[in-house]
Design a protein around this ligand. Structure first.
Ligand SMILES: NC(=O)c1ccc[n+]([C@@H]2O[C@H](COP(=O)([O-])OP(=O)(O)OC[C@H]3O[C@@H](n4cnc5c(N)ncnc54)[C@H](O)[C@@H]3O)[C@@H](O)[C@H]2O)c1
Length: 360
């Protein structure tokens, strides 16, 4: 991350006490931003008081509270919106909380930005807006397969096939691909993007939506229903247990380091300063290197000196098989490059501190 270049202005990071938000805060301070954080410290994600850099103006509050947001926006030049209820959740009973936290919360924030005349926004979106990845048929056409059938999953047929039963070949997905959010969380991430676009159009704002791939790195949450797969494996190893890998372990993903994601946010913030009013654009954020979930489990187990992963053949209904991003747009338009290789990142993550566990 580049060093400071004087005062860039005051940046509000919502969710700045979270896993990705705190990496953005660290990067922003280093790059010369003054930083305010607005975070409610959700009890279901924070197991203790987070470490907050003393240079940060920390506001404990909820993005759904208009009065709190109005106060937090005083003097702010740009907003980096990370606050959200994340992950797949436990079951459909989580739906109202997802919609309220993510959709309503974003609407309250954007309305307050309009009142305050703040016109630069970066919003955290996710690869989950695509649903299943993009594939090529044996005759070279692009195909986006429907959700896999339970009968196939039960029979251990994990890879999507075309109508003739031929295996489909996974490809990188680009920002132009049709969107197909397949669970409530994914729907709320897409709605956040649509809200940002609508805000930009009606207020003359500039918005970048960053579709993060599988983010990992120090400070990741531990074993919660909302945690990502890297943290589930890492938590198992910390308990001395083998990582349990679903399906056959060949699911393809792009694991991107949290400091690279923070750098993408800073590049996107700079980009918003250069755009004309009424601009909104989505960017995939991935390392550009495809790995399987099995490879990730093996790398972590090796680096942690823990037991070998167990490939269980079990599955979670609703999981997508392969989804990997093309981050060309981010590289060319935002001049962003990932700095952390998979090998180096997994070596660091295998023993990196995780966020304090939630006890209740
Ligand atoms: N971790 C990933 O792999 C990943 C992937 C794609 C997208 N994202 C997105 O990145 C963002 C950050 O995710 P994270 O992994 O750092 O999660 P996190 O749970 O560690 O951080 C979210 C932070 O937001 C706060 N928060 C939640 N709701 C709030 C509200 N209503 N008001 C104020 N603060 C609130 C929480 O207390 C927490 O500190 C989220 O928008 C998430 O959807 C994450």
């Amino acid at each position: 991350m580049s060093g400071g270049t004087g005062d860039r202005g005051l940046l509000l990071v919502t969710g700045g006490a979270g896993f990705i938000g705190s990496a953005i805060v660290a990067g922003a301070l280093e790059a010369g931003w003054r930083v305010r954080v607005l975070d409610s410290l959700r009890a279901d994600v924070h197991g203790g008081e987070p470490d907050v850099d003393p240079r940060v103006d920390f506001v404990r509050g909820d993005v759904r509270d208009a009065a709190v947001v109005d106060a937090a926006l005083a003097g702010v030049d740009a907003v980096c919106h990370q606050a959200a209820k994340v992950g797949l959740g436990v079951d459909f009973q989580d739906a109202p909380d997802y919609v309220d936290s993510n959709e309503h919360g974003t609407a309250v924030l954007l309305a307050a930005m309009d009142r305050a005349g703040v016109d630069r926004l970066v919003v955290a979106s996710s690869m989950v807006v695509y649903g299943e990845g993009s594939y090529r048929t044996s005759t070279g056409e692009t195909e986006r397969p429907a959700p896999r059938r339970i009968a196939d999953l039960d029979a251990g047929v994990f890879d999507p096939r075309d109508a003739a039963g031929e295996l489909l070949e996974p490809q990188l997905i680009s920002e132009e691909a049709p969107l197909d959010p397949r669970n409530v969380y994914a729907i709320t991430k897409l709605t956040q993007e649509h809200l940002a676009t609508s805000w930009a159009r009606s207020t003359g704002g500039r918005a970048a939506a960053l579709r993060y791939h599988n983010v990992y790195g120090p400070g990741m949450p531990q074993n919660t229903p909302y945690a990502g797969v890297a943290s589930l494996f890492r938590s198992a190893l910390q308990r001395g247990e083998a990582p349990r890998v679903y399906e056959d372990g060949a699911q393809r993903r792009d694991f991107v380091h949290v400091r690279d994601v923070a750098a993408a946010n800073l590049a996107a913030l700079d980009w918003t300063a250069e755009q004309p009013p009424d601009t909104s654009r989505a960017f995939n954020v991935g390392s550009g290197t495809v790995h399987t979930i099995g490879e990730m489990a093996e790398a972590l187990a090796r680096e942690a000196g823990g037991p070998e992963p167990v490939v269980t053949g079990e599955y979670r209904a609703g999981d997508v098989r392969h989804v990997t991003a093309s981050s060309e747009r981010l590289r060319t338009e935002l001049r962003w490059e990932p700095s952390m290789s998979f090998e180096e990142g997994m070596r660091e993550f295998a023993t990196a501190p995780l966020r304090a566990a939630v006890t209740s």
